[in-house]
Ligand binder design. Sequence first.
Ligand SMILES: C[S@@+](CC[C@H](N)C(=O)[O-])C[C@H]1O[C@@H](n2cnc3c(N)ncnc32)[C@H](O)[C@@H]1O
Length: 220
Amino acid sequence: MTLRQGNPSPGWDRIYAENGRFFTQPHEALPEMVNLLKARSLRRVLDLGCGSGRHLVPLARAGFSVFGFDNSTHGLLFAREDLAKEQLKTELQLGDFRNPLPYRDGSFDAVLSIQVIHHADTKTIERVVAEIGRILAPGGLLFLTVPKFRNQATSFRQIEARTFVPEDGPEKGLPHHYFDEGELRELLRGFQIFSFNVDSATHYSLFAWHVGSDDERLPR
Ligand SMILES: C[S@@+](CC[C@H](N)C(=O)[O-])C[C@H]1O[C@@H](n2cnc3c(N)ncnc32)[C@H](O)[C@@H]1O
């Protein structure tokens, strides 16, 4: 396992440094994701914004080839510690999704990104989704959650439509984009959404297949 260098984020890095592992239980849809991956023999999985690794550990334990990407050094260090306890092999990358993702085209069979890509403005989010499409193989699986409600602070500064910066609370200073369903579906027009829900954290939660150029690989 390697933890290569990049620019740490002040916001979440501080949250992990001060509070330790922020989330511990995996997302409620993880068993469904594992079943889908196994049913399609999908092996290489990227957790984009993996934080302290609550999904890396069970995915690596289940035998997938697992990659984690985040811009929090402290989050990744917790993940590395938990993975090492069980001698689980993963590739961790410190990096910022506002830059091009450091992976080759079609590198992954699946990408999960849970409560991550909303930490940006609309243009950046569109670029990240394009990057996910680039690194995901045709027929690959996307699992994404993003917030619909504004609840991270009591006071916000609005920087564009639906994007706000909390002025207090633990995520002070970090942009938050709050989605509506139509916008999210339009953003994911290159994907075939087959499950769309609101999860127990009141985030939109969806599964989608990547509709690539190679129709042969698309699940039926
Ligand atoms: C709400 S936490 C979710 C963590 C993890 N997905 C989970 O479900 O436990 C948001 C994560 O996004 C990461 N993040 C925020 N902005 C980022 C950026 N620009 N590049 C990479 N990671 C980022 C944070 O460091 C943090 O780990």
